[in-house]
Design a protein around this ligand. Structure first.
Ligand SMILES: [Fe+2]
Length: 182
């Protein structure tokens, strides 16, 4: 679960910056290209033995409880539990983080949104447990995550060059139909 959470969007290495960094809304074609990242991510991590089990969580991290997600449109308990847990955590993180196009939402607003989406986007049982956690606890976790992110960025080494990527080019090529088609 930890590996999957850290690497959930690794498949975005195969999505063009034009799509990933586009400031405005995506076209249908661009959105379809973006949606490939979860299946590509699964194919990348499945080639690494020490990441066993992370692949299916990554593949399904954009599925929805009501079956309207991607890549497979599965729903309910067909979605791996790890993916259902991560989907709610990822949404919580996204909504409580500042973005260039909007400020972070308050925890109260996030709670309302998650309650609203229980049974459609999120597993209602997971959402119910989430909603029993006092807001102060989530606030402390948010602050702790922000401190850790700040410390990590302060001590980060310069971005690695493509030659020093931890993923050999042949792994990426075999993993990604997008890259392989270039
Ligand atoms: Fe994702």
């Amino acid at each position: 679960m930890g590996h999957a959470a850290l690497l959930h969007d690794i498949g975005k290495v195969a999505v063009s910056d034009q799509v990933l960094l586009k400031p405005g809304p995506l076209s249908n074609e661009e959105y379809e290209a973006l949606k490939l990242h979860s299946a590509i991510g699964e194919r990348i991590v499945d080639r690494m033995g020490f990441l066993a089990g992370a692949g299916s969580i990554i593949r399904h991290h954009h599925e929805r409880w009501d079956g309207r997600g991607y890549p497979d449109g599965i729903g309910g308990s067909q979605i791996p539990l790890g993916s259902r847990l991560f989907a709610l955590s990822d949404t919580l993180d996204a909504m409580t983080s500042n973005r260039c196009y909007r400020r972070a939402l308050t925890l109260e607003a996030v709670r309302e949104e998650i309650a609203l989406c229980a049974g459609t986007q999120f597993d209602p049982a997971i959402a119910k447990v989430f909603l029993t956690v006092p807001l102060e606890n989530w606030g402390e976790l948010r602050q702790q995550a922000d401190r850790e992110a700040l410390a990590a960025s302060a001590s980060a080494a310069p971005a690695p060059s493509p030659q020093s990527s931890p993923f050999p080019a042949e792994v990426l090529l075999q993993s990604s139909p997008v890259i392989a088609s270039l």
